[in-house]
Design a binder for this molecule. Structure first.
Ligand SMILES: Nc1ncnc2c1ncn2[C@@H]1O[C@H](COP(=O)(O)OP(=O)(O)O)[C@@H](O)[C@H]1O
Ligand SMILES: Nc1ccn([C@@H]2O[C@H](COP(=O)(O)O)[C@@H](O)[C@H]2O)c(=O)n1
Length: 211
């Protein structure tokens, strides 16, 4: 838990395509980007540039071990000490990190997003507010199919095969059970105005306690 002088840490989890980024964007816009340090867990997929493309493509990216969560944990702890961090930049089309990093400055709110952030005990214990975006699997799959083809350089076959081989089983094993750790479960994600109003009010109240 944060004390009155350290930033508030908010986690947004939920399955692939559930609407996590949409919820994060509502918070960023309504609370104000200038008050938020934003960390997507996706940025912390392990650097696999030493492996050939075919081997990288075969990795189970829905297992907790595919992410360098220990680096994210270290970054959150530094942001809580009001220190800036340089986060990796990941390229989904080639399944590895780029050589670039992005500087994230410390802010009163640290906003963390990812499918597995509540499945990792070391990460989970850092959150003051835990939000789980709950969306039916069929809707999530359709969204993912569209997104992976338009934004992540995938074919329909690649998306379907990956979904059946790893995305779905890992969702059932790790993501769905992590819902039990959430303070709030939001159906409809960022378009659920009632839930978003309540979350924003909570964040504003926590920020006022810091002033
Ligand atoms: N409540 C919603 N209703 C309809 N479409 C939505 C909703 N929430 C998100 N989307 C759309 O679904 C897609 C995936 O949403 P996104 O927030 O990127 O999910 P995630 O970050 O969980 O993978 C995006 O195209 C987004 O615009
Ligand atoms: N090289 C990679 C790395 C990750 N993925 C998939 O990303 C999904 C998580 O991101 P969301 O934005 O959908 O939450 C996860 O389900 C991984 O399968 C990938 O396809 N390739």
């Amino acid at each position: 838990m944060s004390d009155n002088s350290s930033p508030i840490v908010i986690g947004i989890a939920g399955g692939t395509g559930s609407g996590k980024t949409t919820v994060a964007n509502v918070i960023l816009n309504r609370v104000g980007k200038q008050r938020i340090a934003y960390l997507p867990h996706d940025a912390y997929y392990r650097d696999l540039h030493d492996l050939p493309y075919e081997q990288r493509a075969a990795i189970n990216f829905d297992h907790p071990n595919s992410l360098e969560s220990e680096l994210m944990t270290a970054h959150i702890l530094r942001l809580k000490q009001w220190e800036a961090v340089d986060i990796p930049v990941y390229d989904f089309s080639i399944h590895t990190r780029t050589e670039k990093t992005i500087r994230v400055e410390p802010r009163p709110v640290i906003l963390v997003e990812g499918i597995l952030i509540f499945a990792e005990p070391e990460l989970r214990k850092l959150f003051d507010v835990k939000i789980f975006v709950d969306t039916d699997a069929d809707i999530r799959f359709i969204r993912r199919l569209e997104r992976d083809i338009t934004e992540r350089g995938r074919t329909t076959d690649m998306v379907v095969n990956q979904y059946m081989a790893t995305v779905r089983p890992m969702h059932l094993e790790f993501v769905e059970p992590s819902k039990r750790y959430a303070h709030v479960i939001i159906p409809e994600g960022g378009l659920n105005e009632v839930a978003m109003d309540m979350i924003i009010a909570r964040i504003e109240a926590l920020l006022q306690k810091m002033d």
